[in-house]
Design a protein around this ligand. Structure first.
Ligand code: APR
Ligand code: PHB
Length: 394
């Protein structure tokens, strides 16, 4: 088999890249380890920056997002028995975010890909990239007892944090940066109306909590929990009781509870690998970086990597500009480090770090009080939350 760009992984990164390339006439094949149903069963993020919304439009997958997505022009910070609204549009000159689940984005991209007749190979085992330093890279995989080889010009490693792509680069060519937090988020999805029209990020002595949503009838809530916590220890009742204790009283009183549809714990981590390319292999999205979810940046950073690689491939195939390829990593990393900073900062300010003592706790409150009483402080939060501009290639 032969293609121009071989894409490993059919998460949002791989599917979005594939769709954008396809629309520019650049042939690509996606090879995914899991089944399509499995990929769609993962409950992940839900806040899209304007840049990602625009990119989805460019990929031609905006119809359902426009019908069902919820544009949000603000969110709230709750701390010290106070609620402060961050007016995203007013502070940024009109920017907003879109509430639309990653699962929905993935489903729309899968359907668009199928309609376009582009090839995705699901349940491919033992996917391996080869010849990365040569001009003729290829990937191999096993399916139904047969090994298949796909020759290509470039390989996009869109296979997430645990994927094979990053692991295929010699260790001495990569530098990894990592920070592991001593807690995780326990998430609960329920068919109950959201407690508020806007997201609420709440700091509390008992731990952080977040009120989010997927629609007018579906809510997503999170609680900070210790790293070794087990989801089996959290009945729905226990979750709702704990959430109420961490929210401002008037919010807690309005909370509508109900049975959970999904409950899971995710650890919090900051991770970046440099560089994000090796020969003809490019790392995209979670394969190259992880952010803690407090800034809602994971999915959006994947989209900005896709944007960079997509524009670069268009330059290569439409203008013969192979000289720009070397800029992929540095272009992506500029924006990634700024999103890492924002995510780390929001995480540091809003979670309970009991091991750090009372001084740290007072610093958090002073910082929250300062940033929310200063126009400059609020603007800093707002402009990062709606997403910093995409970096240009030239
Ligand atoms: N071979 C083929 N496919 C693989 C392999 C492999 N060795 N390893 C992993 N995959 C697949 C996974 O099954 C998954 O479907 O790659 C895909 C990676 O998808 P994601 O982990 O979702 O990563 P990405 O597409 O970069 O999405 C960005 O943003 O909000 C965050 O973490 C959240 O998933 C989200 C991410
Ligand atoms: C979510 O709705 O899942 C969500 C929203 C905002 C975040 C993280 C997760 O910061």
């Amino acid at each position: 088999m032969k293609t121009q760009v071989a894409i490993i992984g059919a998460g949002p990164s791989g599917l979005l890249l594939g769709q954008l390339l396809h629309r520019q006439g650049i042939d690509n094949v996606i090879v995914e380890r899991r089944s399509g149903e499995y990929v769609l069963s993962r409950i992940r993020a839900g806040v899209l920056e304007q840049g990602m919304v625009d990119l989805l439009r460019e990929a031609g997958v905006d119809q359902r997002m426009d019908e069902e997505g919820l544009p949000h022009d603000g969110f709230e910070l709750a701390f010290d028995n106070r609620r402060v609204r961050i007016a995203l549009d007013a502070l940024t000159g009109g920017s907003k975010v879109m509430i639309y689940g990653q699962t929905e984005v993935t489903q729309d991209l899968m359907e668009a890909r199928e309609a376009a007749g582009a090839m995705t190979i699901y349940e491919a085992e033992n996917v391996q990239p080869h010849g990365l330093e040569s001009d003729h890279p290829y990937i191999t995989f096993d399916k139904n007892g047969e090994t298949t080889r796909i020759d290509c010009d470039y390989i996009a490693g869109c296979d997430g944090y645990h994927g094979v792509s990053r692991q295929s680069i010699p260790k001495d060519r990569l530098k990894e940066f990592e920070k592991v937090y001593p807690f995780g988020w326990l998430g609960l999805l329920s068919d109950t109306p959201p407690v508020s029209d806007e997201l609420i990020y709440a700091r509390h002595e008992r731990g952080f909590s977040l009120c989010s949503m997927r629609s007018a009838t579906r809510s997503r809530y999170y609680l900070q929990v210790p790293l070794d916590e087990k989801v089996e220890n959290w009945s729905d009742d226990r979750f709702w009781e704990e959430l109420k204790r961490r929210l401002p009283e008037e919010v807690a009183q309005k909370l509508v509870t109900g049975p959970s549809i999904e409950k899971s714990i995710a650890p919090l981590r900051s991770f970046v690998v440099e560089p994000m390319q090796y020969g003809r292999l490019f790392l995209v999205g979670d394969a190259a970086h992880i952010v803690p979810p407090t800034g809602a940046k994971g999915l959006n950073l994947a989209a900005s990597d896709v944007n960079t690689l997509y524009r670069l491939m268009v330059k290569v195939y439409q203008e013969g500009r192979t000289d720009l390829i070397e800029r992929y990593s540095q272009t992506c990393l500029k924006r990634i480090w700024k999103a890492e900073r924002f995510s780390w900062w929001m995480t540091s300010m809003l979670h309970n770090f009991s091991a750090e003592g009372d001084f740290n706790s007072r610093m958090q409150l002073a910082e929250l009080d300062y940033v929310t009483s200063s126009k400059a402080g609020m603007t800093t939060i707002a402009e990062n939350y709606v997403g910093l501009p995409y970096e240009s290639l030239e």
